[in-house]
Structure formats: structure tokens, C-alpha cells
Ligand binder design. Structure first.
Ligand SMILES: [Zn+2]
Length: 80
């Protein structure tokens, strides 16, 4: 069995802080910057990992909780 906890991670290139591998892609890497290249590698590896996980076990559709039916209407015809 493999367990992977949720991971929150942030990385930013100190020379190109606005570079976003998700939005910009590798084509936006300036001067073969090693940090930006590493961010693009991390992004692609993460995308691949998520794809592998979804292939292994597709996400289950969210279960809808049954909405409790409340009988809140007052009974106007009884003394109880
Ligand atoms: Zn950079």
C-alpha cells in the first residue's frame, strides 16, 4: 500500500518571480534559467503523478447527502 499525504509547496525563481510554469510554459524560461527549469520540471512531474493516480483509481463522484425533509409546516387543524 502507498500513502501520500497532501502536499502544499511553493517555489519561486528569485530572478524571474513572475514565471508560472502552469500559465507560461517552458517557452517563457529566459536564458535557460536553472530555477525556472526546475519549476517547470516539478510542475510536469506533478501533473504526471496526478494523472497516474487518477488512472490507478479514478476519483469517485461526490456523494450527495440526502437532504433531510423537515415537516415544519404547522398543523392548523389539530389541537396537538
Ligand atoms: Zn528563473
Amino acid at each position: 500500500m502507498l500513502k501520500i499525504g497532501s502536499v502544499r509547496w511553493r517555489g519561486k525563481c528569485p530572478r524571474h518571480p513572475s514565471f508560472d510554469p502552469y500559465a507560461d510554459g517552458r517557452g517563457a524560461i529566459k536564458g535557460a534559467c536553472a530555477k525556472c527549469t526546475a519549476l517547470a520540471d516539478i510542475h510536469e512531474t506533478h501533473q504526471r503523478m496526478v494523472g497516474l493516480m487518477r488512472t490507478f483509481a479514478p476519483p469517485q463522484p461526490a456523494r450527495k447527502k440526502p437532504v433531510p425533509v423537515l415537516d415544519r409546516q404547522e398543523n392548523l387543524f389539530s389541537d396537538e
